[in-house]
Write a protein that binds this ligand. Structure first.
Ligand code: ADP
Ligand code: MG
Length: 401
């Protein structure tokens, strides 16, 4: 088996050091030496060895103390430690294992045995690291899968809701408009009745007024226009929500075209100009000669509007929004950073959820980023966010070229 790796040997006995290091070097290991525990710690701090051979009796800091210090440190605790000592009592060995050693070799040692044990522990460590990496990768992929599954089912749900609400809301719309029209005719009739009322004698007037008051007609008539307006406002808002849901769930009929992403960004900025001018500095840094990409430009504009709109909302008073466009290998990277109020980790975890909003009623529907996420996904791109509370937020979008 091929040997490679860095072995740190700690022993206060020059002779032992020489024998061990010669033996390991001849087996192709890189060898570093230390004469006591303190030297071990400073050597490890400079660069991490793959394994440590540790003598117990050493001046200044003995092997046990050194091992305890190593195991306390998150960065070093995974380095396998093998004790190599003249102490042969069981309690010495047990103590060594208890404080985290992986093996214990007694002196005088057999060269072949030391080599084999080192080989075994290096291999074990390598396999453990591979397993840990694989586990990390599985977790990352799983999180991504769960997220896209969630988005996909939310998309289907949203399309369903949008479809179902569309019809009844059309009734409300038609109804309210006709109600308003009817009422204005009714008002004309009431005016005619009022003229007739002037011609009544006192008795007739009293009888008329009695009915009028009994049913509180004056107040009721006065309330109707405001109520009708309120219903209309509600209907308009519901229509907007349905529009948003459709956008989020959109099955595309639009064709992809070759277009310049910077134009989408410029359009988004133009659309939002009124909301940020004189208050927020927009700093643009667009690389030259950016490649055009196959995209749905209208949708990309929508995505940028949503992100920049949030950035504007996040900035109280004066601030800055920086937008950069650059090519990274075979991707186009769009970065949108604001100097706004930022977000906590808990908030970041929810911002792409449909209907998640921290804005007051009337402020936002919570669909902006859900829609944006859908659009970026449709372009086979990725969107990531970094944020620091009270400092600002950065959205990073990668689109394949
Ligand atoms: N740039 C930003 N800075 C701070 N918070 C943000 C930013 N972008 C998004 N958010 C948070 O994410 C939430 C969801 O955003 P979004 O989906 O666009 O819905 P809405 O803007 O309607 O609330 C916002 O309510 C806000 O709390
Ligand atoms: Mg928004």
């Amino acid at each position: 088996m091929e040997n490679s790796g860095v072995i740190l040997i700690a022993d206060d006995n020059e002779n032992n050091l020489r024998v061990l290091s010669t033996m390991l070097r001849s087996s192709d290991y890189n060898v570093r030496i230390a004469k006591n525990g303190l030297q071990v710690l400073s050597s490890v701090a400079i660069s991490k060895p793959d394994l440590i051979l540790l003598d117990i009796h050493m001046p200044e800091m003995d092997g046990y103390q050194t091992c305890i210090k190593l195991k306390e440190n998150l960065d070093y605790k995974d380095i396998p430690v093998i004790f190599i000592s003249a102490l042969t009592e069981t309690f010495n060995k047990v103590h060594a294992f208890n404080i985290g050693a992986v093996d214990y070799i007694t002196k005088p040692f057999q060269v072949e045995e030391v080599k084999l044990r080192i080989q075994t522990h290096l291999l074990l460590r390598k396999r453990t690291q591979e397993l840990e990496n694989a586990l990390g990768e599985i977790k990352r992929v799983q999180t991504k899968l769960i997220f896209s599954e969630k988005m996909a089912s939310l998309g289907i749900l949203s399309a369903g809701i949008a479809h179902e609400i569309n019809n009844p809301i059309n009734f409300v719309y038609a109804g309210i408009n006709s109600l308003i029209k009817n009422f204005s005719e009714l008002e004309k009739g009431l005016q005619a009745l009022n003229l007739l009322f002037q011609t009544f004698d006192e008795n007739q007037k009293d009888a008329f007024m009695e009915i009028f008051e009994k049913y509180n007609l004056e107040k009721r008539i006065k309330n109707i226009p405001q109520l009708a307006e309120d219903i209309k406002t509600g209907a308009v808002r519901t229509t907007e929500i349905v529009k948003g849901l459709k956008l989020f769930a959109r099955s595309d009929k639009e064709e992809k075209v070759v277009a310049n992403v910077s134009e989408s960004v410029e359009t988004a900025l133009l659309l939002l100009k009124n909301q940020y001018k004189n208050r927020i500095d927009v700093v643009k840094d667009f690389a030259e000669d950016l490649p055009e990409i196959k995209s749905y430009p209208g949708q990309l504009t929508q995505a940028f509007v949503n992100i920049i709109h949030n950035a504007i909302d996040a900035i109280e008073g004066k601030g800055t929004i920086s937008i950069s466009l650059e090519k990274c290998e075979n991707k186009l990277k769009i970065t949108i950073a604001d100097s706004g109020k930022g977000m906590s980790q808990e908030l970041i975890a929810r911002i792409f959820d449909p209907f998640f909003t921290t804005k007051s009623v009337g402020g936002g529907m919570g669909l902006g980023l859900a829609i944006t996420h859908g659009i970026i996904e449709k372009h086979n791109g990725t969107i990531q966010v970094r944020s620091i509370e009270d400092e600002g937020t950065t959205f990073e979008i990668m689109l394949p070229i």
